[in-house]
Ligand binder design. Structure first.
Ligand SMILES: [Fe+2]
Ligand SMILES: [Fe+2]
Length: 304
């Protein structure tokens, strides 16, 4: 049992190339199908299979394959379906990235960005609509997709070259990857966090930084942005109270704060209208916490 891990029912159809196990009535793990045996489509549709498990050693390979399949699905829905389906496909990808074994689950994300940006170039309203659909019950996943969509809008507004757009979008998609390593409730809770909870929450930039460093495919800029997105220019941020923050982290940090104010209602604070959210951030711009030029550009981009 120790070396088996459960798989999601909704993902069973992606596991044809892997041996699957189930737990017998006696509680023993037994082989259900070998690597190359195909599952029955009708039984899949009727949800008639037992709960399946895979071997821990197959997990990284499974996740990589699953991410590839999810990217193919995203490419398909982008070319043929509405924005709700595109958002759902994006959310699936982000959910996998946050919940999979971290050593494998991030490697398909650069391709995800390419697919999304290609779609956004063909359909200029896509990013704006993507960021306004509410994701029920998956706050963190919705947050990452929103930050990504607003960041891409900002990049297009600024007319950045393709490579810079891709890099900033990857920064946006990955900025909170460390939250996958701590109790997700700390982000999703509508209550104010206790001091102890907030200390744990504040470890997510460092945890995320350690994770993205494992992937040679991510640039130093992406690593730094994950680490620095909660730092503020006046030194009041965390985890290191630094003032010399990389530009990308300044952009993502600002968009991240805007997204949280605009979309996430807390018990002690209502979700805000764009103008109200920007007003609150403006007060922090005046205190020199954020980059003023980035703030002005973001305002122009959001109200154009
Ligand atoms: Fe964060
Ligand atoms: Fe965030």
């Amino acid at each position: 049992m120790k070396d088996l891990i459960p798989i999601k029912k909704s993902h069973i159809r992606f596991y044809n190339d892997f041996p699957l196990y189930y737990i017998s009535k006696n509680g023993d793990p037994l082989l259900y199908k070998k690597k190359d045996k195909t599952l029955d489509r009708e039984m899949l549709d009727r949800n008639q299979y037992p709960r399946f498990f895979i071997k821990k050693e197959d997990e990284a390979k499974v996740v990589r394959q699953l991410q590839e399949v999810l990217n193919i699905k995203l490419a398909k829905v982008i070319s043929s379906q509405g924005v709700e389906a595109i958002r759902a496909a994006m959310c699936d990808i982000v959910e996998e990235a946050l919940s999979g074994p971290i050593d494998a689950s991030l490697s398909a994300l650069p391709e995800t960005i390419e697919i999304l940006l290609m779609g956004a170039r063909k359909n200029s309203g896509l990013l704006e609509s993507l960021a306004t659909i509410h994701t029920v019950g998956k706050k963190l996943v919705g947050h990452c997709v929103n930050v990504l969509s607003i960041t891409a809008q900002y990049c297009f507004f600024k007319n950045y070259p393709d490579d810079q757009v891709k890099e900033l979008c990857l920064c946006a998609l990955l900025h909170d990857v460390g939250l996958g390593k701590i109790d997700r409730k700390l982000f999703e809770s509508a209550e104010k966090l206790s001091d102890k909870e907030f200390s744990e929450y504040k470890t997510h930039p460092t945890q995320g930084y350690k994770e993205v460093m494992k992937y040679p495919m991510f640039s130093k800029t992406v690593e730094k942005t994950v680490l620095e997105h909660h730092e503020r220019l006046d030194g009041s941020g965390y985890p290191n109270k630094m003032t010399d923050i990389c530009f990308e982290a300044q952009v993502i940090g600002l968009i991240d704060s805007y997204e949280q104010l605009k979309y996430h209602e807390k018990k002690f604070r209502k979700a805000l209208k764009p103008f109200e959210a920007l007003q609150i951030i403006k007060a922090d711009v005046v205190k020199a916490k954020y980059n003023k030029k980035v703030f002005v550009d973001l305002c122009s981009c959001l109200i154009q």
